[in-house]
Design a protein around this ligand. Structure first.
Ligand SMILES: [Zn+2]
Length: 107
């Protein structure tokens, strides 16, 4: 499978726009570009049976499972709204993500 362009980065705050957690927001913990998926804090929590290790007892732990990156929208740090992301290559030619709502750079 081809690597898909993921519009969010680790540390971004995103809003979930589809699925069971629709409308909720969280911080991106991990991006998996090879699958076009992201792991978002507190979103898509699944119970996982944990085998006992030297550090931990056996039990059930809840952890966030990856969701498709197309199911999340970036929340712009400038206007604080879920926004589409554009890319601006003006300036020194480096790609900078910009909010399509307020036009401010995101990074
Ligand atoms: Zn904005």
């Amino acid at each position: 499978m081809a690597v898909r362009k993921v519009h969010v980065k680790k540390g971004d705050t995103v809003r979930v726009i589809a699925g069971e957690d629709r409308g909720r927001t969280g911080k991106v913990l991990r991006v998996i570009p090879a699958k076009g998926r992201v792991i978002v804090e507190g979103i898509n929590m699944v119970k996982k049976h944990q085998r006992a290790t030297r550090q931990m007892e056996a039990g059930i732990v809840e952890q966030p499972a990856p969701i498709d990156s197309s199911n999340v929208m970036l929340i712009c740090p400038s206007c604080n709204q879920a926004a589409r992301v554009g890319v601006d290559r003006s300036g020194d030619g480096k790609a900078v993500r910009v909010c399509k709502r307020c036009g401010k750079p995101i990074d």
